[in-house]
Design a protein around this ligand. Structure first.
Ligand code: FAD
Length: 597
């Protein structure tokens, strides 16, 4: 077989923030480390992150600290987060930001010269360290530079199609070069998955082409479990017009910097949607909200900065009630509230994005926005301290890992999650790999992986991958979207079962050299597994919570507050669900909710 082979201690799949931070940590712990990524180095999805990195550095508000950040994160996730992950995240995020600065990241500054921090939904204090609205670019630039400087091997434009395992756990990974189509295998006793999210299973999404849920599916195939898969975050503000750009993100920073949401009658409708949970902290009149912008310390937060699930549902309701914009969104107005100079300085990417893609000048007119599939809270179930999955030698960090964000992620908490848990995963993977050498990848396993990858070339007249992808995205959009019902999700599962049969009959034309149809044919099984996990778990959870809203079970149910849904791979390849009690939060942490309520 035409196969390139490599030998490492730790292989990191994914070169976003989580993958690069993991690789740096593994290398620093003495492991021979490689990073594999589908796109070019520096092009991972993290580069698109706009608003900032959440960390309780207390640069603007001395009263901010990890305990408040922990509380905000848990409340944003509607208490379903793994308490230990939320604790480690809140405690370690400030150090991870300062470390980035030490490595050369240039953050925006306060007038006193400290790292500036901006407001985001669900955070009690302004705590997002940022670089204009291009924070992800700076984060990736810094980590990438360090990765290269340390001499870590990077395999770019290379896709992993299978994890290799034996009875003792992980033995490596198998994949192909996207350009040549040639196969490559990495022998390694530890693999860190850092493959990001799943947005491409949906029709309208802020996610890039890479987000096909590969890591979620590869982990399950290897015997790991997924948790919280029913929770998908629909960001409240994606572009809605023109159709070619539908779904592209309009950063929350627009609202954090003063933008307000209005319906077609010109009303700031968010005042009508403040949940009891947040009533004490949220302004209930326009005058009160305006005072907050002037004097943030003493007043209550504007309702536009409620957690994302609340805002997305409110927009959905306004549009359904016939109070939407001409193109089915609502208005986001910063032009009437901030000077043109302020907008261009604070939100340069947004200014250009709307100018170039929609011919809208956001310094002079309102934007049209609506919900877009943005982030998956669900992912590989991991040990909070080491990010180890249930398969020995397998680790996961970043968006592919579950537990940290519970039922809903707060803005800014992903970039900090990547740094905190990427570092922990890399260090633990290096530790696991120590002394585990001298095994050989069996030829039969490699030949089997190659056969599976080439199968679409062997079929003639089968299904076209692009048609199947379109049908899947439409199914998830129509039937497992922002508002869900049992009959619709049952229908979705029937369609997914039919799509699985069609995927087993995919055929592609041409040859192995740069063949996007073949690449999609290999991504589609992952997208289907992930979609099935989401639909099954969403059908099972008979309540509404965070990123999961049931029209037929609109209330939040305290019984479900104690239960996680776990997805595993059944012997026939389908998705099996089990219920698992949430870990008990220690009393000193539980105390925080009483102190600050
Ligand atoms: P990614 O950065 O997506 O990296 C995934 C990597 O895995 C890529 O290198 C990819 O090539 C690789 N990969 C995937 N599958 C394979 C495979 N099979 N084989 C090999 N490689 C593979 N969060 C915040 O906290 N703050 C923000 O301001 C913010 N803004 C955002 C703006 C936008 C437009 C979007 C879409 C998201 C934003 N987020 C933000 C969320 C955040 O950016 C992501 O959750 C985060 O970047 C995910 O990082 P990651 O390292 O887990 O994965």
């Amino acid at each position: 077989m035409d196969l390139e082979r490599h030998d490492y201690d730790v292989v990191v799949v994914g070169a976003g923030g989580a993958g690069l931070r993991a690789a740096i940590a593994a290398h620093e712990a003495g492991a021979r480390t490689a990073v594999v990524c589908k796109s070019l180095l520096g092009k991972a999805h993290t580069v698109m992150a706009e608003g900032g990195i959440a960390a309780a550095m207390a640069n603007l508000y001395p009263e901010d600290n990890w305990r408040v950040h922990f509380r905000d994160t848990m409340r944003g996730g509607k208490m379903l987060n793994h308490w230990r992950m939320a604790q480690l995240h809140a405690q370690e995020a400030p150090d991870r930001v300062r470390e980035l600065e030490d490595w050369g990241a240039l953050f925006d500054r306060t007038p006193d010269g400290l790292i500036s921090q901006r407001d985001f939904g669900g955070h009690r204090y302004a705590r997002l360290a940022h670089v204009g609205d291009r924070t992800g670019l700076e984060l990736i630039r810094t980590l990438q530079q360090r990765t290269v400087a340390l001499g870590i091997d990077v395999y770019m434009e290379c896709t992993v199609t299978r994890l290799l395992t034996d009875d003792d756990g992980v033995t490596g990974a198998f994949g192909y070069w996207r350009e040549s189509g040639r196969f490559v295998a990495w022998q390694a006793p530890a693999v860190v998955l850092a493959t990001g999210g799943i947005g491409k299973s949906y029709k309208v999404t802020s996610n890039s082409w890479e987000y096909t849920g590969d890591g979620h599916s590869l982990a399950m195939q290897a015997g790991a479990t997924l948790v919280n898969m029913e929770f998908v975050q629909f960001h409240p503000t994606g572009m809605v017009w023109p159709p070619s750009v539908r779904g592209i993100l309009v950063t929350e920073s627009v609202r954090g910097d003063g933008g307000v949401l209005k319906n077609s009658a010109g009303n700031r409708f968010m005042f009508d949607y403040i949940p009891d949970f947040f009533r004490k902290e949220t302004a209930e009149t326009e005058a009160e909200a305006d005072r907050w912008y002037e004097d943030k310390k003493n007043n209550r937060r504007p309702p536009e900065l409620l957690p994302r699930d609340e805002v997305a549902r409110a927009i959905n309701s306004e549009v359904k009630a016939g109070r939407g914009t001409p193109h089915g969104g609502v208005f986001l107005d910063i032009a009437s509230r901030r000077s043109a100079e302020y907008i261009r300085k604070r939100l340069p990417s947004m200014y250009h994005q709307f100018k170039e893609l929609a011919e809208v000048d956001i310094t002079a007119e309102a934007m049209e926005v609506g919900p877009t599939c943005h982030y998956v809270m669900g992912g590989v179930e991991v040990d909070p301290d080491t990010e180890a999955a249930r398969v020995p030698g397998l680790f996961a960090a970043g968006e592919v890992a579950g537990g940290m964000h519970g039922s809903n992620r707060l803005g800014g908490n992903s970039l900090s999650d990547l740094l905190v848990f990427g570092r922990r995963a890399g260090a633990a993977a290096a530790e696991h790999a120590r002394g585990r050498h001298g095994f050989e990848l069996p030829d039969e396993a490699l030949a089997d992986a190659a056969r599976a990858a080439l199968a679409p070339f062997d079929r003639e007249g089968g299904e076209n991958p692009y048609t199947v992808q379109h049908d899947l995205q439409q199914t998830m959009h129509d039937l497992v979207g922002i508002i869900r019902t049992a009959p619709e999700m049952e229908q979705a599962l029937e369609r997914i079962a039919a799509l699985k049969e069609r995927v087993a009959n995919l055929s592609v034309e041409g040859h192995r050299q740069y063949n996007p149809g073949w690449h999609l044919a290999l991504d589609l099984p992952h997208m289907l597994v992930v979609s099935e996990c989401i639909a099954r778990a969403a059908l099972e959870r008979q309540e509404s919570r965070g990123g999961h809203t049931r029209d037929d079970f609109p209330a939040t149910d305290s019984e479900w507050a104690r239960t996680n849904l776990i997805c595993t791979r059944a012997p026939d390849g389908s998705v099996a669900l089990t219920r698992q009690p949430l870990p008990q939060m220690p009393s000193d942490l539980a105390q925080i909710f009483e102190e600050t309520s």
